[in-house]
Design a protein around this ligand. Structure first.
Ligand code: ATP
Ligand code: MG
Length: 299
């Protein structure tokens, strides 16, 4: 004889709990999708001026856009921006116009090589060079919706460790540190690396030695950086690679066309393409959206 089938006895209370559970699962799924859809964010900084941040950031953005990603380059060297010059663009609007409410952030974007989008930082705007907490908050709030429009956001920083840069360091998952082989550049890069870890202990940092005259010179710089950071901080950044001193870069500045597009076979272009393939870039997401974290870091 068949065993009696248990009676399904579902009370109203159980149905209520089931519905609540379903709502929870749906919210969880949507949240996970939202996190996956938000852009990866990579900051490019150095401490010292003129190390090649903008060259690296503009070529990184171009190379990734060329490879099919939706890329936004933000020139956060606000007030002294020059990424638009390196990309041969003449934006009608910049971050300053977004801050003043003259245009929306989407209206301020311009399309560049490979289909990348640029938000220019504005030139000759002293107010942008030292933004207040309130201004930064307004800017981050305006940038927030863009996170779901792109696969990758590359932020090109100015020299130094201004408030805006440190806030980005606190919020980002990934930083590319650009140095030159000279001791002055290495020392400033070390100071920035140390600061980045002070404000963000989970940050992933990769080092690029730019404008090296030989592999030997680049490796010596890396060895020096590595041994100092290991000794005094107990950890080191990751080695991304080196970019040779190459007149093709100077010529690319002159022609306002990224070297990875203009002379892709030059040694600098090949090295910059390799930087763009640094695998942690593919993982450069935080559990919560970047601009949410940045706004929180302001408080
Ligand atoms: N690999 C290289 N080979 C030759 N010249 C280079 C190389 N990288 C950069 N340069 C030169 O250095 C100049 C400064 O580079 P870049 O503007 O990228 O520096 P930066 O770090 O962004 O400067 P800033 O701190 O002012 O923002 C470039 O205009 C270019 O002429
Ligand atoms: Mg620059």
């Amino acid at each position: 004889m068949d065993a009696p089938r248990p009676m399904l006895n579902v009370s109203r209370f159980d149905i209520g709990r089931l519905k609540a559970f379903r709502r929870f699962m749906e919210a969880d799924r949507r949240m996970k999708e939202g996190v996956q859809q938000s852009a990866k964010v990579v900051c490019v900084a150095s401490g010292k001026g003129g190390t090649g941040k903008s060259i690296l950031a503009s070529n990184l953005a171009t190379a990734r856009a060329k490879a099919g990603e939706r890329v936004l380059l933000i020139d956060f060297d606000a007030g002294l921006a020059n990424a638009h010059l390196l990309l041969g663009l003449a934006p009608a609007h910049d971050m300053g116009d977004v801050l003043s409410g003259q245009v929306t952030v989407r209206q301020a974007l311009v399309e560049g090589p490979g289909g990348l989008h640029l938000l220019s930082g504005g030139v000759g705007r002293p107010a942008l060079a030292n933004p207040t907490r309130r201004e930064l908050d307004r800017l981050f709030k305006a940038l927030q919706p863009l996170e779901s429009d792109y696969d990758l956001i590359v932020v090109d920083h100015g020299a130094g460790m201004g408030y805006g840069t440190v806030t980005h360091l606190a919020a980002t998952s990934t930083l590319i540190l650009v140095t030159n082989p000279e001791i002055t550049a290495l020392s400033d890069a070390y100071a920035l690396y140390k600061r980045a870890h002070m404000v963000n202990d989970g940050i992933r940092v990769g080092l690029v030695v730019n404008r090296a005259h030989s592999e030997h010179e680049a490796e010596a710089a890396w060895e020096r950086f590595q041994s100092v950071s290991k000794r005094f901080l107990g950890h080191t950044p990751e080695w991304i690679g080196w970019v040779p001193f190459d007149n093709a870069v100077r010529s690319s500045v002159h022609h306002r066309r990224p070297v990875t597009l203009g002379t892709p076979d030059s040694s600098a272009a090949r090295a910059l393409e390799a930087v763009a393939r640094w695998s942690p870039i593919d993982l450069a997401r935080t559990s919560r959206p970047f601009y949410e974290r940045a706004r929180k870091a302001l408080r």
